[in-house]
Design a binder for this molecule. Structure first.
Ligand SMILES: Cc1cc2nc3c(=O)[nH]c(=O)nc-3n(C[C@H](O)[C@H](O)[C@H](O)COP(=O)(O)O)c2cc1C
Length: 168
């Protein structure tokens, strides 16, 4: 699958088949995150990978009762060093690389921003000098959602100066 095919095929998946993710697949995906660029190559992020079914189930109440999280195969908690300027950007790039690689492997993913930060921090034993930024559910899709709409190019892109919506 080409990168542009993966970008277009990726969807947020909110229904998963309960299945274990083979460790070699997980390792391949994590390696794609590790290869991501970062500000000054500081790589100011870490992932806590949760795959145990009971531990996955325990995430549901922490993540605003999003029940599908209990059925995914792996849940990645994105941790940043909050003192690093580009930490959030670094983490987002890494997880985006990972989600596209997951698409290529036939897996589904869903970014998870709806969670209780203090409860999740306690759940994973996070030290006080680290922050949870965003998470990602990964697993075998049990749905094939249609693409969601996107803003028009004119709403997103300017040419040469901000607000110049038409290319000369
Ligand atoms: C930072 C971020 C946080 C998100 N948090 C959640 C979430 O907690 N639960 C959820 O179901 N989807 C979540 N999403 C998924 C978005 O709703 C989804 O990407 C958007 O609706 C576009 O749909 P698509 O991913 O299928 O293209 C999140 C996405 C991002 C980028």
């Amino acid at each position: 699958m080409e990168v542009k095919e993966a970008i277009k095929a990726r969807r947020s998946i909110r229904r998963y088949k309960r299945k274990e993710l083979p460790l070699e697949v997980l390792d391949r995906l994590l390696e794609m995150a590790r290869a991501a660029p970062s500000g000054a190559n500081r790589q100011a992020w870490e992932l806590v990978v949760i795959t145990d079914r009971l531990r996955l189930k325990g995430l549901v109440p922490i993540c605003k009762e999003q029940a599908f999280i209990g059925d995914c195969s792996a849940f990645l908690v994105g941790v940043e060093d909050p003192h690093q300027k580009w930490a959030k950007v670094d983490l987002a790039i890494a997880l985006d690389h990972l989600s596209l690689a997951a698409t290529e492997e036939g897996l589904g993913s869903c970014w998870i921003g709806a969670f209780d930060p203090s409860r999740l921090a306690e759940y994973i034993g996070l030290p006080p000098d680290r922050t949870i930024t965003v998470c990602m559910a990964l697993g075998y899709p049990d749905e094939a959602p249609a693409p969601r709409g996107r803003k028009k190019p004119e709403e997103l892109f300017s040419w040469d100066r901000y607000g110049v919506r038409e290319r000369e």
